[in-house]
Design a protein around this ligand. Sequence first.
Ligand code: UD1
Length: 372
Amino acid sequence: MSKKLAVLAGARPNFMKVAPLMAAMAEDSDLDPVLIHTGQHYDDAMSGSFLRDLQIPPPKHHLQVGSGTHAQQTAEIMKRLEPVLIEESAEGVIVVGDVNSTVAGALVGSKLGMAVIHAEAGLRSFDRTMPEEINRMVTDAISDLLLVTEESGRVNLLKEGHDEKRIVMVGNLMVDSLRRHLEDALKTDIVRRLGLEGKKYGLVTLHRPANVDDQEKLAEIVGALATISTELPLYWPVHPRTRARIQSGGLALPERIHLLEPLSYFDFLHMQAKAETIFTDSGGIQEESTVLGVKCLTLRENTERPATIEYGTNRLAGTSAGSILSAWDAVRGQNLRGSIPPLWDGQAGVRCHAALRKFFALPVREKSVVNA
Ligand code: UD1
């Protein structure tokens, strides 16, 4: 009898992590992965287009929870997920990342007595005002198998008293997707369509509540970006949350800040790979820019992904106009050289698979042994 594992995905940054996991398990007759989409993100540009680009098999269940306050969204996912997990009699639930779908899945699975597996465990910004930090801490506290992307994750989990035997360094699933699809991504015509071939440009993304929900803070950040845009034209695919805030605040943008609709995975990878500098408050983009070797200024006071600074091309720029502009001054015109963090090599899915087999006491398969 194969072991049924529920794999949960809900929001845009989940899909690039779930894709290599599903692919790694696809050929294993001992495991039966069942993909469940919570519907936390639902626009085609935030969800459907990612499933297609990443060749993720259609989810067996779609919970269609949609948006809401944190409590509403988390509760709705829990209410709709519980009967599905019972119906499927899954033995384990795999959750990825740090979004509301992650913590909701971990809570439901663990209370049903199922094994909870968290991919991207142990990351900590030590900033509890970030909803993701709460999601990370709660999810890890109740997970049975903790799959870690970078050394800081392992250290944080050990400090929190987790048993070393439950922690496995597997590398970075998001990097698996990047390596698999970069060549195809570079074939899209997005850079040509925007008239940017051979030209220098900066790429902007902003969506953290702390940066965009407060009109004064958003205006301050945009003010700093406006100054930078006099030297480097900026292209900004706008997250729906941020677009709503820009509109409601009546924020005026200078000509050289170009707003775009959210981009597909391939178009966005292409834009990242060719950017001169990336300005972002995203977690995943700090990692992707590190692997692409593109300069990244993170518009936050902290990062839960210190490997991107230690090894990579990421620098913390803070969120005040002064700190952003001095971070820009420090890197403008410079060619930052970075290296790739250990195990960010495109084989994280294979290592997760090996760790899962070991966890469920399945015999080791030769194909799945890669440093796991
Ligand atoms: C969520 C995650 C965040 C992740 C981000 C990536 C949590 C707590 N936050 O934030 O960690 O970095 O996803 O995007 O889980 N909306 C749409 N269409 C959609 C989805 C959302 O228009 O398909 C709009 C809605 O107005 C919604 C708002 O965006 O209220 C915010 O969406 P939500 O899922 O609550 O959080 P994100 O800001 O996307």
